[in-house]
Design a protein around this ligand. Structure first.
Ligand SMILES: Nc1ncnc2c1ncn2[C@@H]1O[C@H](COP(=O)(O)OP(=O)(O)O)[C@@H](O)[C@H]1O
Ligand SMILES: [Mg+2]
Length: 316
């Protein structure tokens, strides 16, 4: 996977995000005084990558031994976070050059309000030996008392120039022969500043050995499918607001037809963990029918996501 192969090993190699890099370099001058950090921004903008680079900068070669990476939405609730942080923080051995341990908590905006309140206490109780890097898509999903304990870094969707430069560097290392610059413009168009997707698309499009407009087009349908799948996963996970925002982005910005959205959504269900599959499918079928009847598409898809996100509570 090129996204892994070309994951930046140095802050200088992180594309775009200039202000963030500058602020972090300043903070890393005084490692022992690092505050808790909050990284917010869209997918594929470099948040996790940067969090790991901060860990490496502070903890050096042994960073893995002193860093706990958790995914707030994978782990079953705050209790797991508490237990693991507690166990991890208990070894408060003071090694040379290790000012504290680090916890990187990805998707922290997926935690419930109660979970976040508990997290705040965990942060306080362990503040002497542990620093947190909270990673999320929307800082608005983080309760204010947590936000106020962190230095906040807002990652931006990457601009076309940064993405193109990064993709060209990869293309060169992979000895690709792109059929003109328009290829990169098309990749950007299809991925809208999400560098993870852009690199995946570059790799998929050049799998045949050629990198042309046609090869990009033939795989960017797959990129759209995976985005629809992400939206449905979001809804099924109970995150109605974020699913709705991303659905609207897909239909308005990408211009994908609403019925295609439903078709891809149906395909996506097969590979997702759904609390009640039969019900999920009948919800899709119902809205497919309404769209054929000529109901207002965006409203209907929104209502559909609302219904899908309610399945979660029922399945629990
Ligand atoms: N700003 C960036 N600079 C360089 N590569 C990036 C950047 N953002 C994303 N990538 C690429 O995409 C992959 C995923 O990035 P990641 O840091 O996990 O994004 P995020 O956490 O914001 O979703 C990385 O392995 C890297 O290859
Ligand atoms: Mg990430």
């Amino acid at each position: 996977m090129w996204v892994e192969k070309y994951r930046p090993l140095d802050l200088d190699d992180v594309a775009g995000q200039d202000t963030i890099k500058q602020r972090l370099r300043a903070l890393l001058q005084k490692k022992a005084q690092l505050p808790h950090l909050l990284f917010a921004g869209p997918p594929g903008s470099g948040k996790t990558t940067t969090a790991v680079l901060v860990a490496k900068a502070i903890l050096g070669d042994q960073w893995k031994d002193y860093t706990l990476s958790l995914n707030a939405s994978d782990e079953r609730g705050i209790d797991v976070v508490r237990e693991r942080v507690k166990t991890f923080a208990r070894y408060s051995d003071r090694r040379e050059g290790i000012p504290f341990r680090l916890v990187i908590l990805d998707e922290s905006d997926e935690m419930t309000g109660d979970g976040q309140t508990a997290l705040r206490r965990i942060m306080e109780e362990n503040s002497e030996h542990t620093r947190f890097i909270l990673v999320c898509n929307y800082s608005s999903g983080i309760i204010e008392p947590l936000q106020s304990r962190c230095a906040i870094f807002r990652f931006q969707r990457l601009d076309e120039a940064s993405v193109t430069e990064h993709l060209k560097a990869i293309a060169k290392k992979e000895k690709l022969k792109p059929a003109g610059d328009s290829v990169f413009a098309e990749i950007y168009e299809a991925t809208q500043g999400d560098l993870r997707q852009a690199i995946n698309l570059l790799q998929a499009a050049s799998a045949s050995g050629e990198l042309t407009s046609d090869s990009v087009k033939s795989v960017s349908g797959a990129a759209v499918k995976s985005r629809v799948s992400d939206v449905i996963a979001d809804a099924i996970g109970g995150n109605f607001e974020s699913a709705r925002t991303r659905m609207i982005e897909l239909t308005r910005v990408y211009g994908i037809p609403e019925r295609d959205f439903l078709k891809y959504a149906n395909e996506a269900l097969g590979s997702l963990k759904v609390p009640d599959m039969a019900k999920a499918i009948s919800i899709l079928a119902e809205y497919d029918y309404r769209l054929v009847q000529g109901a207002q598409p965006e409203l209907q898809l929104t209502a559909m996501l609302a219904q899908l996100s309610e399945l979660k509570g029922e399945g629990d």
